[in-house]
Write a new protein. Sequence first.
Lengths: 533, 402
Amino acid sequence: MSTVAAAHDDHHHHAPTGLKRWLFSTNHKDIGTLYLWFSFAMFMAGGFMAMVIRAELLEPGMQFVDPEFFNQMTTVHGLTMVFGAVMPGFVGLANWMVPLMIGAPDMALPRMNNWSFWILPFAFTILLSSVLMSAFGAGHPSAPNFGWTFYAPLSTEYGPASTDLFILSVHMMGISSIMGAINVIVTVFNLRAPGMTLMKMPLFVWTWLITAFLLIAVMPVLAGAVTMVLTDRHFGTSFFSAAGGGDPVLFQHVFWFFGHPEVYIMILPAFGIISAIIPTFARKPLFGYASMVYATASIALLSFVVWAHHMFTVGMPLAGTLFFMYMTMLISVPTGVKVFNWVATMWRGSMTFELPMKWAIAFVILFTCGGLSGLMLAITPVDFQYHDTYFVVAHFHYVLVTGAVFSMFAAAYYWLPKWSGVMPSKLLGELHFWNSLISVNLLFFPMHFVGLAGMPRRYADYALQFADYNFWISIGGFWFGLSQLFFLALCLQCAMKKGEKAPAKPWDGAEGLEWEVPSPAPFHTFDTPPVVK
Amino acid sequence: MQSTLFHRAAVGLTSLMISGMVAASDWTERSDHNLRPGVTAVSKEVYDLHTTVLWIVTIIGLLVFGLILISMIRHRRSKHPTPATFHENVFLEVLWTIVPFIILIAMAVPATRVLIELEDTSNAELTVKVTGHRWKWEYEYLTYEDDNNIGVSFISNLATPPEQYENPVLSGGLFPYGTAKDRVGQDFPEKSHNYNLEVDNKLVLPSGQKIRFLITSADVIHSFWVPDFGGKKDAIPGFVNETWANIPEGQEGIYYGQCAELCGKNHAYMPVEAKVVSQKEFATWLAQKKEEAAAAPDLTPFPDLDTALSAGEKVYKANCALCHGAEGQGGIGPSFVGDDYVTNPEHLEDHIHTVVNGRNAMPSFKAQLTPKEIAAVITFERNAWGNDTGDLIQPADVHDQE
C-alpha cells in the first residue's frame, strides 16, 4: 500500500511551471489563487469606478463627468463588484479551503474547475471593454448605463448597443458560477475523508454547500432574464414591453427571483468564515453548531420567497405585498440566531485579537448594522419612503462591504500563512484594518442620513441640503479605496515569501484538517485521506 | 488644469460650508438626516412607524454590541486565561428564536394597518394622472368633484437653468472636453436655493381633499415621489398605478419631490414641485386653466426676430438643453452649432415637423408647447450660436404642421 502511494507521489512531482502552470492548472490551490487574485483585481477596478462616482458627488452640480457616464459607472461598478469581486472571491476560498477542510486531495472535477475560472477573465474583458470604449468620451459607444439591475425597458428598447456585450458576459459568468457550484457539491458529497460525516464538516463547507445549491437554482434564472432581454432587443419578442402584450414588471420578478438568493450567495460563505475564525481566537468551540447549520438552510429556503421586497413600489396587490413583508421579516430570525451564536461563542472565551479576529468582530458588528437596516426596509409602508434612496445604498453596502468583503479579508488574514507559508506583515495588516474600519463607516454611515432625508440613489446630482454629508461620504470613499493599497502590498509580500516563516498551525486555538498539512500547503495534500474521529 | 481643479475644490469646500447653513431652511427646515414626518395623516403614521422600528433595531443593536464589548473586555486572554467549554444551551437557543419572533409580530401589526390605509385610494375628490417622461412629469387633471371632463394637462420641467449644473471638465467619458480649458476656472453661476428641485409648471393641488394620483409612464419606468405625501409609486409604461394624498387645510405651501427610479441620463433632473392651495384658490386656478385649454391657440405673429429669440431661448433651456446641450453642443441629441440641418433652408420644414411630431428618440412636443413656443424655439435654434440664418418662424407656420 505504501509503495503504491509513493509511486503515486512520484507521478505528481513534475508540477508544471511558468505560464502553463496557471493556464492549464487542474490544481485546486493554484486555481484558488487565480480566483483570489482575479477577485482582488476586480475589487480594485470596481473601486476605481466608485472613486469616479464619489468624485462627481463630492459637491452638487456636474463637475467631472456627465450624467450619462455617471450612470455607466454606477452600472459597471455594481456588476464588477457582484460578479467580479465578491462571487469569484468566495469561489477562490472554496477552491483553496474545501478540499483541505474535508481531507480531499483536490476538487472532484479538476478540469471543469480550470474552465470555470478561465471563463471569467474573458467575460470581464467583454464587459469592461465597453467601459474602455465609452471612457474616450462623447461620440464613442456607451457602456451599459441602466444600473446593475438592468430593468426593462431601460435595458431593452432604451439600452445602448453595448447591452449585448453585457448579456454575453453575464451568460459567461453564469456558466462559470454554475460549474463552480457543481464542483463544490460533487466534492463535498464524494470526497470527504473517512469519518468526516456531514455534521462534522466545518461550517465554511456547510455554508458553501448550501450556497452552491442556491447558485444552481438561480443562475439559470438570471440567464433566462438576460436571454429574454436579448430576444426583446433583437428578435421581436415582447416579454417586457406592454406595447406588445408583455409586462415590464415581469422583468423585475424574474430578476429578483435570481437577485434575492444571490444576496445570500454573497453572504452565506461569509457566515462560514466567521464561524471558523471566532472559535479559533475565543479558544472555545462554536456555540450551537447544529443550529448554525439549520439557520443557514432556513435562510437559503426563505431566500426564495422574499424577492418582491425589492419591488414594493411597483404596485402589487395588497395580499402579495403583505406576504412578502412577513416573509422578509421572518428571515431576520435565523440571521439573528447566527449573530447570537457568535456572541455566545465569544462569551467566557479566552480571546485574543489577532488580525483575522479583528476583521471577524468588525464583521459581526457592521453586518448586524446592515441586517437591522434590512429589517427596517422590510416594513413595507416605510419602505415606500426608503425605497431607491441612499438608505438602501447604505444598507446593502453594509452587508456587502463590511459583510462579504470584510469576511474575505478576515479569511485572507486567517489562511494566508497556510497559502503562502509566511506570516503576513503585522504593520501593513494593522494599517489596512484600522484605515478600512474608520473610512468604511465614514463612507457608508452618513448614507443612511442622506437617504432618510430624501436623496434618491443613482443620482448624478442632488439638491443642496444633501451636500454636507455627500462631501464626507466622498472623503470616506477615497480613504477606503486608498487603504486597500496596504492590503495589496501585504499580499505581494506574501506572494514573494517575504516575512516570518509560518508554522503548520499559526493560531493556537485553530482546529481543522487544514492545519494538519505544512505551511505553505504543498502542491498535493491528502493523497492518502486522513481519518477523522 | 490641476491647480484649477484644486482651486475649484477649495471653492467647493467654502460653498459647502455656506450650503450647510442654507440647508437649515426651506425643504430641509425639519431635517437633513432623518425621515420627514410629512404633511398628510398617512405620512405622519409612516414616520411614527419608522421611529418605532428605528428604536427597536437601535436597542437590539446596542444590546448585541454591548454584549460583544463586555465579552471583549472581560473575556480576553489576559483577564480570562481559561476558556469555558460550553457550546450549546437549549433554553437560550429557543429563547432567542422566540423573542425576536414576538418582536417581529409587534412590528408587523402596525405595519399592516398603515399599509392597508396607504393602499385605499377610494372616494377621492380630485384625480390627477401623472405621466413620467424622460425627463419631465406630465400632469393631467381628470376629475374634480362632479366635473368629469376637465381636459387640463401640462408638462412640468426642471426650472434650474442648465448653466448651474452643466459644467463638467470631462466629456462623456474620462478624457477632457475639447473645450475643457475654456470651462475650467470659469465662474459658474451660483446655485439657486431650490437647485434641482424647482420646476416651471407646478402641480397645483387643493388642501383638505383626497387626491388620487394615477401614475404611468410614456417611456421607461420612473417613480413619483413626494416624501411629504408619504411614499412613492412607480410609473410603469403600459400600466397605471394608484396612490393618494390628503393634505390638511392650513398646510398649504410648496412640497418637493424627485424621480426615484433610474430612468436614464437625466434621472436626477426631473423633480416634482407640488403647490398646495386652498380649495377656493384651486377652483379659480382650475377654471382659468380650463379656459386656456379651451381657447384657440395664440397665433399672433412675432413682431420681429429679437422678440422671437428671447422667447425661444427660454423654451430651449427648459425643453431642449437637456439633450442638445446648454450651448447647442449636443449630447444625447445632435449638436446644432453650425449644423446643416438648422442652417440650410431646405430642412426648415422638416425641422418644424420633427419638433411638432417627434422622431426616433426625440419626443413630440405638440402636446406640451404652444405653436408660438415651438415657433420661437425653432427661430432660436436657427439663429443662436452663430447659426445666424435670419429665419423667423411664425406660430401659423407651426400650426399648419399640427
